[in-house]
Design a protein around this ligand. Sequence first.
Ligand SMILES: CC(C)(COP(=O)(O)OP(=O)(O)OC[C@H]1O[C@@H](n2cnc3c(N)ncnc32)[C@H](O)[C@@H]1OP(=O)(O)O)[C@@H](O)C(=O)NCCC(=O)NCCS
Length: 164
Amino acid sequence: MTPQDPTAHPQGWPRGPGSDAAAALRVRRCSVDAILDLRHAVLRAGRPRATAHFDGDDLPTTWHVGAFRGDRAVGCMSLFQCGHDALDGTAWQLRGMAVADDARREGIASAVLAHGLQGQDASTWWCNARVSAVPFYATHGWTLASDRFDIPGVGPHHRMRGPS
Ligand SMILES: CC(C)(COP(=O)(O)OP(=O)(O)OC[C@H]1O[C@@H](n2cnc3c(N)ncnc32)[C@H](O)[C@@H]1OP(=O)(O)O)[C@@H](O)C(=O)NCCC(=O)NCCS
């Protein structure tokens, strides 16, 4: 993967009703430290901060993408090079997709996803999607790849695959 222009999103994300806040959004590759607080607040709320660390966070093959308003991270995701039974060759697991409570439905997750995907083959991507997040991924052409299953301490999920 190669870094791309963080402001160029062919899908037109982020979007918003002409809001200055949306215009000030910057999406870029970042360190895990830059997004850990957001990951913790959104995905591991009420649990120890260490639970927001994922295995592989510090590997050189792992990519972290953040959306920032000034110094504040408002959106994030991470990509882990990770095998998958149903995928030949290199596969990428998307984890830690999160947007701050007060910044939802502004296209931020879409912008983060688009930043990671530019020039990449989305069919090699997969994730374990929270049931509540399935409509978001479906909007971007992802499809269900499993029945519903439970991740203890997190909740019900479906495995999903990126669009072919
Ligand atoms: C899921 C999540 C990342 C989406 O972030 P977001 O920035 O609000 O998403 P976007 O604004 O880019 O949404 C794009 C489209 O996805 C769909 N979508 C997003 N959230 C949705 C929801 N809660 N219900 C139904 N559709 C949704 C909509 O079609 C939306 O377009 P619209 O707003 O014009 O209708 C965010 O709600 C979140 O952080 N949730 C809690 C953590 C989580 O579940 N993370 C995913 C773990 S697998």
